[in-house]
Ligand binder design. Sequence first.
Ligand SMILES: NC(=O)c1ccc[n+]([C@@H]2O[C@H](COP(=O)([O-])OP(=O)(O)OC[C@H]3O[C@@H](n4cnc5c(N)ncnc54)[C@H](OP(=O)(O)O)[C@@H]3O)[C@@H](O)[C@H]2O)c1
Length: 326
Amino acid sequence: MRAVVVPQPGDAEVLTLAERPDPVPAEHEVRIRVTAAGLNGADLSQRRGFYPSPPGAPEWPGLEVSGIVDAVGADVQEWRAGDRVCALLSGGGYAEYATVDAGLVLPVPDGVDLVEAAGLPEVAATVWSNVFGLGRLSAGEALLVHGGSSGIGTMAIQLGRAFGAQVIATAGSDDKADFCREVGADAAVNYTTQDFVEAARAFTGGRGVDVVLDIVGGAYIPRDLDVLATGGRILCIATRDRTPASVDLGLLMRKRATLFGTTLRARPLTERVAIIAAVREHVWQLLAEGRIHPVIDSVFPLEDAPAAHRRMESSSHRGKILLRVG
Ligand SMILES: NC(=O)c1ccc[n+]([C@@H]2O[C@H](COP(=O)([O-])OP(=O)(O)OC[C@H]3O[C@@H](n4cnc5c(N)ncnc54)[C@H](OP(=O)(O)O)[C@@H]3O)[C@@H](O)[C@H]2O)c1
Protein backbone atom coordinates (compact mmCIF):
# COMPACT_ATOMS: atom_id res chain seq x y z
CA MET A 1 0.00 0.00 0.00
CA ARG A 2 0.97 3.66 -0.29
CA ALA A 3 1.80 5.58 2.91
CA VAL A 4 3.23 9.03 3.63
CA VAL A 5 6.35 8.51 5.72
CA VAL A 6 8.94 10.67 7.46
CA PRO A 7 12.39 9.43 6.34
CA GLN A 8 14.12 11.99 8.56
CA PRO A 9 12.84 14.80 10.80
CA GLY A 10 12.42 18.14 9.09
CA ASP A 11 10.08 20.62 7.43
CA ALA A 12 6.98 19.66 5.44
CA GLU A 13 9.02 18.65 2.38
CA VAL A 14 10.39 15.54 4.13
CA LEU A 15 6.95 13.87 3.90
CA THR A 16 7.40 11.19 1.25
CA LEU A 17 5.02 8.80 -0.47
CA ALA A 18 6.36 5.25 -0.04
CA GLU A 19 5.30 1.62 -0.33
CA ARG A 20 4.63 -0.26 2.90
CA PRO A 21 3.18 -3.77 3.47
CA ASP A 22 -0.60 -3.93 3.91
CA PRO A 23 -1.25 -4.25 7.66
CA VAL A 24 -2.89 -7.43 8.96
CA PRO A 25 -5.53 -7.00 11.71
CA ALA A 26 -4.85 -8.74 15.04
CA GLU A 27 -7.68 -10.72 16.65
CA HIS A 28 -9.23 -7.65 18.35
CA GLU A 29 -8.63 -5.27 15.43
CA VAL A 30 -10.36 -4.15 12.26
CA ARG A 31 -8.63 -3.11 9.07
CA ILE A 32 -9.95 0.01 7.39
CA ARG A 33 -9.51 0.85 3.70
CA VAL A 34 -8.84 4.53 4.29
CA THR A 35 -10.94 7.15 2.51
CA ALA A 36 -9.50 10.17 4.33
CA ALA A 37 -7.16 11.01 7.19
CA GLY A 38 -7.32 14.00 9.53
CA LEU A 39 -4.33 16.23 10.28
CA ASN A 40 -3.44 17.05 13.88
CA GLY A 41 -0.88 19.21 15.60
CA ALA A 42 0.78 16.01 16.83
CA ASP A 43 1.55 15.04 13.20
CA LEU A 44 3.60 18.21 12.79
CA SER A 45 5.51 17.48 16.01
CA GLN A 46 6.10 13.89 14.87
CA ARG A 47 7.40 15.10 11.49
CA ARG A 48 9.81 17.46 13.25
CA GLY A 49 11.12 14.51 15.28
CA PHE A 50 9.59 15.36 18.67
CA TYR A 51 6.64 12.99 18.99
CA PRO A 52 7.41 9.49 17.67
CA SER A 53 4.68 6.89 17.23
CA PRO A 54 4.23 4.78 20.37
CA PRO A 55 5.55 1.19 20.35
CA GLY A 56 3.39 -1.08 18.21
CA ALA A 57 1.95 1.72 16.04
CA PRO A 58 3.13 2.33 12.45
CA GLU A 59 6.01 4.81 12.34
CA TRP A 60 4.22 7.15 9.90
CA PRO A 61 1.78 9.85 11.11
CA GLY A 62 -2.00 9.96 11.24
CA LEU A 63 -4.20 9.81 14.36
CA GLU A 64 -7.62 9.50 12.73
CA VAL A 65 -9.19 8.13 9.56
CA SER A 66 -12.49 7.43 7.89
CA GLY A 67 -13.10 4.60 5.45
CA ILE A 68 -14.60 1.17 4.87
CA VAL A 69 -13.91 -1.87 7.03
CA ASP A 70 -12.34 -4.49 4.78
CA ALA A 71 -11.19 -7.18 7.25
CA VAL A 72 -11.82 -8.00 10.91
CA GLY A 73 -9.88 -10.07 13.47
CA ALA A 74 -11.28 -13.32 14.85
CA ASP A 75 -12.54 -11.75 18.10
CA VAL A 76 -14.33 -8.79 16.53
CA GLN A 77 -18.13 -9.03 16.76
CA GLU A 78 -19.34 -5.48 16.23
CA TRP A 79 -17.86 -4.62 12.85
CA ARG A 80 -17.94 -6.35 9.49
CA ALA A 81 -16.51 -5.80 6.03
CA GLY A 82 -18.31 -2.96 4.26
CA ASP A 83 -19.11 -0.86 7.36
CA ARG A 84 -18.61 2.90 6.92
CA VAL A 85 -16.52 3.97 9.90
CA CYS A 86 -14.10 6.46 11.36
CA ALA A 87 -11.51 5.65 14.01
CA LEU A 88 -9.02 7.03 16.51
CA LEU A 89 -5.50 5.70 15.85
CA SER A 90 -2.15 5.82 17.66
CA GLY A 91 -0.45 6.48 14.32
CA GLY A 92 -0.41 5.30 10.72
CA GLY A 93 -3.43 7.14 9.32
CA TYR A 94 -1.56 8.61 6.32
CA ALA A 95 -1.92 5.39 4.34
CA GLU A 96 -4.29 3.33 2.21
CA TYR A 97 -4.97 0.86 5.05
CA ALA A 98 -4.96 1.17 8.83
CA THR A 99 -5.59 -1.37 11.58
CA VAL A 100 -7.11 -0.34 14.88
CA ASP A 101 -8.62 -1.85 18.03
CA ALA A 102 -12.33 -2.49 17.42
CA GLY A 103 -13.18 -0.36 20.48
CA LEU A 104 -11.68 2.75 18.86
CA VAL A 105 -13.96 2.53 15.81
CA LEU A 106 -17.13 4.58 15.37
CA PRO A 107 -19.83 4.38 12.71
CA VAL A 108 -19.96 7.35 10.33
CA PRO A 109 -22.86 9.36 11.80
CA ASP A 110 -26.01 9.56 9.68
CA GLY A 111 -25.88 12.57 7.40
CA VAL A 112 -22.10 13.02 7.66
CA ASP A 113 -19.98 12.68 4.52
CA LEU A 114 -17.49 9.78 4.60
CA VAL A 115 -14.51 12.06 3.83
CA GLU A 116 -15.52 14.67 6.42
CA ALA A 117 -15.93 11.97 9.09
CA ALA A 118 -12.11 11.69 9.11
CA GLY A 119 -12.05 14.99 10.97
CA LEU A 120 -14.22 13.84 13.85
CA PRO A 121 -12.58 11.20 16.09
CA GLU A 122 -9.65 13.20 17.50
CA VAL A 123 -11.56 16.45 18.15
CA ALA A 124 -14.66 14.73 19.51
CA ALA A 125 -12.65 12.47 21.84
CA THR A 126 -10.37 15.29 23.02
CA VAL A 127 -13.14 17.80 23.64
CA TRP A 128 -15.51 15.30 25.21
CA SER A 129 -12.94 13.75 27.57
CA ASN A 130 -11.62 17.14 28.68
CA VAL A 131 -14.45 19.66 28.68
CA PHE A 132 -17.24 17.27 29.67
CA GLY A 133 -15.32 14.38 31.27
CA LEU A 134 -12.71 15.95 33.54
CA GLY A 135 -14.15 19.47 33.21
CA ARG A 136 -17.79 18.47 33.93
CA LEU A 137 -19.15 21.42 31.94
CA SER A 138 -22.88 21.71 32.52
CA ALA A 139 -25.77 23.76 31.16
CA GLY A 140 -25.74 27.39 32.23
CA GLU A 141 -21.98 27.46 32.84
CA ALA A 142 -19.50 29.58 30.87
CA LEU A 143 -16.80 27.96 28.71
CA LEU A 144 -13.69 29.79 27.43
CA VAL A 145 -12.20 28.14 24.33
CA HIS A 146 -8.73 29.25 23.27
CA GLY A 147 -8.02 28.87 19.55
CA GLY A 148 -11.72 28.77 18.73
CA SER A 149 -11.19 28.55 14.96
CA SER A 150 -9.00 25.42 15.22
CA GLY A 151 -10.23 21.87 14.69
CA ILE A 152 -10.43 21.38 18.44
CA GLY A 153 -11.90 24.84 18.97
CA THR A 154 -14.73 24.47 16.46
CA MET A 155 -15.84 21.21 18.11
CA ALA A 156 -15.55 22.71 21.62
CA ILE A 157 -17.67 25.74 20.64
CA GLN A 158 -20.37 23.57 19.08
CA LEU A 159 -20.52 21.02 21.89
CA GLY A 160 -20.47 23.73 24.56
CA ARG A 161 -23.48 25.41 22.96
CA ALA A 162 -25.27 22.12 22.28
CA PHE A 163 -25.07 21.26 25.98
CA GLY A 164 -26.40 24.66 27.06
CA ALA A 165 -23.20 26.46 28.06
CA GLN A 166 -22.32 30.05 27.15
CA VAL A 167 -19.18 30.02 25.03
CA ILE A 168 -16.51 32.66 24.56
CA ALA A 169 -13.65 31.94 22.16
CA THR A 170 -10.26 33.49 21.43
CA ALA A 171 -8.68 33.77 17.96
CA GLY A 172 -5.75 35.52 16.31
CA SER A 173 -7.64 37.91 13.99
CA ASP A 174 -10.97 39.69 13.63
CA ASP A 175 -11.86 37.38 10.73
CA LYS A 176 -11.21 34.30 12.82
CA ALA A 177 -13.19 35.79 15.71
CA ASP A 178 -16.12 36.32 13.29
CA PHE A 179 -15.71 32.71 12.20
CA CYS A 180 -15.94 31.54 15.84
CA ARG A 181 -19.25 33.40 16.17
CA GLU A 182 -20.49 31.79 12.93
CA VAL A 183 -19.62 28.38 14.36
CA GLY A 184 -21.72 29.23 17.43
CA ALA A 185 -19.67 31.14 20.00
CA ASP A 186 -21.70 33.69 21.97
CA ALA A 187 -18.66 35.97 21.99
CA ALA A 188 -15.19 35.93 20.47
CA VAL A 189 -12.02 37.86 21.23
CA ASN A 190 -9.17 38.77 18.91
CA TYR A 191 -6.37 38.05 21.35
CA THR A 192 -3.91 40.21 19.40
CA THR A 193 -5.92 43.38 20.09
CA GLN A 194 -8.02 42.54 23.17
CA ASP A 195 -7.26 41.14 26.62
CA PHE A 196 -9.19 37.88 26.91
CA VAL A 197 -9.29 38.15 30.72
CA GLU A 198 -11.12 41.49 30.57
CA ALA A 199 -13.36 40.30 27.75
CA ALA A 200 -14.33 37.04 29.46
CA ARG A 201 -14.95 38.84 32.75
CA ALA A 202 -17.22 41.35 31.01
CA PHE A 203 -18.95 38.52 29.12
CA THR A 204 -19.84 36.80 32.41
CA GLY A 205 -20.88 39.97 34.24
CA GLY A 206 -17.77 39.77 36.43
CA ARG A 207 -18.41 36.20 37.61
CA GLY A 208 -15.70 34.55 35.51
CA VAL A 209 -15.78 31.37 33.42
CA ASP A 210 -16.38 27.88 34.78
CA VAL A 211 -14.25 25.91 32.32
CA VAL A 212 -11.26 26.87 30.15
CA LEU A 213 -9.99 24.70 27.29
CA ASP A 214 -6.38 25.86 26.92
CA ILE A 215 -4.14 25.02 23.95
CA VAL A 216 -1.45 27.59 24.78
CA GLY A 217 -0.22 26.93 28.34
CA GLY A 218 2.75 28.95 29.66
CA ALA A 219 1.74 32.56 30.28
CA TYR A 220 -1.93 31.77 29.56
CA ILE A 221 -2.38 29.59 32.67
CA PRO A 222 -2.21 32.40 35.29
CA ARG A 223 -4.52 34.49 33.09
CA ASP A 224 -6.96 31.54 32.84
CA LEU A 225 -6.88 31.27 36.63
CA ASP A 226 -7.43 35.02 36.93
CA VAL A 227 -10.67 34.85 34.92
CA LEU A 228 -11.86 31.56 36.43
CA ALA A 229 -15.04 31.51 38.55
CA THR A 230 -15.00 29.85 41.98
CA GLY A 231 -14.94 26.08 41.50
CA GLY A 232 -13.69 26.47 37.92
CA ARG A 233 -11.69 23.96 35.89
CA ILE A 234 -8.79 24.58 33.50
CA LEU A 235 -8.01 21.88 30.92
CA CYS A 236 -4.52 22.23 29.49
CA ILE A 237 -4.14 20.15 26.29
CA ALA A 238 -1.18 21.78 24.53
CA THR A 239 1.85 23.93 25.32
CA ARG A 240 2.29 26.22 22.35
CA ASP A 241 3.94 28.60 24.84
CA ARG A 242 6.70 26.38 26.21
CA THR A 243 7.69 28.69 29.06
CA PRO A 244 6.86 27.17 32.47
CA ALA A 245 3.49 28.33 33.81
CA SER A 246 3.58 30.24 37.07
CA VAL A 247 0.52 29.40 39.16
CA ASP A 248 -0.58 31.39 42.21
CA LEU A 249 -1.47 28.43 44.43
CA GLY A 250 -3.16 30.72 46.95
CA LEU A 251 -5.53 31.89 44.23
CA LEU A 252 -6.01 28.28 43.08
CA MET A 253 -7.04 27.36 46.63
CA ARG A 254 -9.25 30.39 47.20
CA LYS A 255 -11.09 29.67 43.97
CA ARG A 256 -11.25 25.93 44.73
CA ALA A 257 -10.05 25.59 41.17
CA THR A 258 -8.68 22.54 39.35
CA LEU A 259 -5.94 22.49 36.72
CA PHE A 260 -5.91 19.36 34.52
CA GLY A 261 -3.46 18.29 31.84
CA THR A 262 -3.93 15.36 29.45
CA THR A 263 -2.75 13.97 26.15
CA LEU A 264 -5.19 11.62 24.45
CA ARG A 265 -2.72 9.38 22.63
CA ALA A 266 -0.81 8.51 25.81
CA ARG A 267 -3.89 7.32 27.67
CA PRO A 268 -4.16 3.52 28.13
CA LEU A 269 -6.23 1.66 25.53
CA THR A 270 -9.01 0.96 28.06
CA GLU A 271 -9.40 4.71 28.74
CA ARG A 272 -9.45 5.57 25.04
CA VAL A 273 -12.04 2.86 24.40
CA ALA A 274 -14.20 4.29 27.21
CA ILE A 275 -13.84 7.80 25.74
CA ILE A 276 -14.90 6.56 22.29
CA ALA A 277 -17.92 4.84 23.85
CA ALA A 278 -18.86 8.08 25.62
CA VAL A 279 -18.42 10.05 22.39
CA ARG A 280 -20.72 7.62 20.59
CA GLU A 281 -23.30 7.95 23.36
CA HIS A 282 -23.23 11.72 23.82
CA VAL A 283 -21.91 13.31 20.62
CA TRP A 284 -22.93 11.06 17.74
CA GLN A 285 -26.66 11.75 18.03
CA LEU A 286 -26.00 15.51 17.83
CA LEU A 287 -24.13 14.92 14.56
CA ALA A 288 -26.91 12.72 13.18
CA GLU A 289 -29.48 15.40 14.07
CA GLY A 290 -27.37 18.05 12.35
CA ARG A 291 -27.07 20.06 15.58
CA ILE A 292 -23.29 19.97 15.28
CA HIS A 293 -21.16 19.22 12.23
CA PRO A 294 -17.53 18.65 11.25
CA VAL A 295 -15.92 21.95 10.31
CA ILE A 296 -13.61 21.23 7.38
CA ASP A 297 -11.08 23.77 6.14
CA SER A 298 -9.65 21.87 3.17
CA VAL A 299 -9.00 18.45 1.66
CA PHE A 300 -5.64 17.63 0.04
CA PRO A 301 -4.75 14.49 -1.96
CA LEU A 302 -2.55 12.11 0.03
CA GLU A 303 0.44 12.89 -2.17
CA ASP A 304 0.08 16.60 -1.29
CA ALA A 305 0.66 15.96 2.41
CA PRO A 306 3.52 18.54 2.44
CA ALA A 307 1.11 21.26 1.26
CA ALA A 308 -1.44 20.19 3.88
CA HIS A 309 1.22 20.44 6.62
CA ARG A 310 2.32 23.86 5.35
CA ARG A 311 -1.27 25.08 5.51
CA MET A 312 -1.59 23.92 9.12
CA GLU A 313 1.73 25.53 10.03
CA SER A 314 0.62 28.82 8.44
CA SER A 315 -2.33 28.87 10.87
CA SER A 316 -4.49 30.31 8.09
CA HIS A 317 -6.90 27.38 8.30
CA ARG A 318 -10.27 27.23 10.06
CA GLY A 319 -11.38 23.84 11.26
CA LYS A 320 -9.90 20.55 10.11
CA ILE A 321 -7.49 19.82 7.27
CA LEU A 322 -7.90 16.37 5.69
CA LEU A 323 -5.94 14.13 3.33
CA ARG A 324 -8.01 12.34 0.70
CA VAL A 325 -6.62 8.83 0.38
CA GLY A 326 -8.97 6.59 -1.59
N1 LIG B 1 -3.76 16.91 24.60
C1 LIG B 1 -4.47 16.31 23.68
O1 LIG B 1 -4.98 15.21 23.89
C2 LIG B 1 -4.69 16.98 22.36
C3 LIG B 1 -5.48 16.35 21.38
C4 LIG B 1 -5.69 17.01 20.17
C5 LIG B 1 -5.12 18.27 19.95
N2 LIG B 1 -4.34 18.83 20.92
C6 LIG B 1 -3.73 20.15 20.72
O2 LIG B 1 -4.76 21.09 20.63
C7 LIG B 1 -4.34 22.16 19.78
C8 LIG B 1 -5.41 22.38 18.74
O3 LIG B 1 -5.42 21.25 17.92
P1 LIG B 1 -5.93 21.35 16.42
O4 LIG B 1 -5.72 20.05 15.78
O5 LIG B 1 -7.27 21.94 16.44
O6 LIG B 1 -4.83 22.35 15.82
P2 LIG B 1 -4.95 23.60 14.86
O7 LIG B 1 -6.20 23.50 14.05
O8 LIG B 1 -3.65 23.75 14.19
O9 LIG B 1 -5.12 24.78 15.88
C9 LIG B 1 -4.10 25.48 16.46
C10 LIG B 1 -4.73 26.80 16.84
O10 LIG B 1 -3.95 27.45 17.81
C11 LIG B 1 -4.36 28.78 17.77
N3 LIG B 1 -3.45 29.61 18.54
C12 LIG B 1 -2.12 29.74 18.43
N4 LIG B 1 -1.66 30.62 19.37
C13 LIG B 1 -2.74 31.02 20.09
C14 LIG B 1 -2.93 31.89 21.19
N5 LIG B 1 -1.90 32.53 21.75
N6 LIG B 1 -4.18 32.06 21.71
C15 LIG B 1 -5.22 31.39 21.17
N7 LIG B 1 -5.11 30.55 20.11
C16 LIG B 1 -3.89 30.37 19.59
C17 LIG B 1 -4.34 29.08 16.27
O11 LIG B 1 -5.29 30.06 15.99
P3 LIG B 1 -4.91 31.59 15.75
O12 LIG B 1 -4.35 31.72 14.38
O13 LIG B 1 -6.23 32.22 15.90
O14 LIG B 1 -3.92 31.98 16.78
C18 LIG B 1 -4.86 27.76 15.68
O15 LIG B 1 -6.23 27.86 15.36
C19 LIG B 1 -3.00 21.77 19.18
O16 LIG B 1 -1.98 22.46 19.87
C20 LIG B 1 -2.94 20.28 19.43
O17 LIG B 1 -1.62 19.82 19.55
C21 LIG B 1 -4.13 18.21 22.10
